[in-house]
Design a protein around this ligand. Sequence first.
Ligand SMILES: O=P(O)(O)OC[C@H]1O[C@H](OP(=O)(O)OP(=O)(O)O)[C@H](O)[C@@H]1O
Ligand SMILES: O=c1cc[nH]c(=O)[nH]1
Ligand SMILES: [Mg+2]
Length: 209
Amino acid sequence: MAVHEIKHPLIQHKLGLMREAGLSSKGFRELASEVGNLLTYEATRDLATEDTSITAWSGDTINVERIAGKKITVVPILRAGLGMLDGVMELIPNAKISVVGLYRDEESLEPVAYFDKVVKHIDERTALIVDPMLATGGTLIATIDLLKQKGCTKIMGLFLVAAPEGIAAVTKIHPDIEIFTASVDEKLNDKGYILPGLGDAGDRIFGTR
Ligand SMILES: O=P(O)(O)OC[C@H]1O[C@H](OP(=O)(O)OP(=O)(O)O)[C@H](O)[C@@H]1O
Ligand SMILES: O=c1cc[nH]c(=O)[nH]1
Ligand SMILES: [Mg+2]
């Protein structure tokens, strides 16, 4: 699996602010969206473009570049993925959205699926999964399984923070996907939380701590 840890100063600054325990839910949500936006910029860097002929302001016919071929479906994983969604959609406003709902059982750490509404013809689209946290990798593996079962062949993921253990687990099963993250952190603790991490991202975004 290709892992891109984006060391851009804006991303690192914003992620550092998010690590502060005293940050408000409003502040955390705003920063999650902003980092989501910046990660989207990086993840779309290699999208293919094609020349399109247009009439310019001068009346001349000129060629401009347009995104070519496969289009994108953004896949926010409920709940916490919603916190990054606005920032992602700001850059790719015409992307279709495929919502997937999974939570991680607090005892077993196994993902529990409870919702999915995926766009039609997903086989013709690149899926851009959006979730703040990649911890054990169980949630991401289950999401990729679901997307592949529905015919999706090109899958990328955006994560604020990823744990080495989760990256290794996903790589074993789905080596063909590509992820973009603001940080590959140190490790998981004995409860499956990422260290130094962000804590429970869903609770911090929704204020349910
Ligand atoms: O890699 P994993 O070990 O599977 O953990 C990662 C998942 O845990 C969090 O969601 P959570 O289960 O807290 O659900 P929520 O978004 O509803 O809070 C997070 O947003 C990921 O979806
Ligand atoms: O550190 C973690 C791990 C899983 N889910 C979270 O929200 N945070
Ligand atoms: Mg949560």
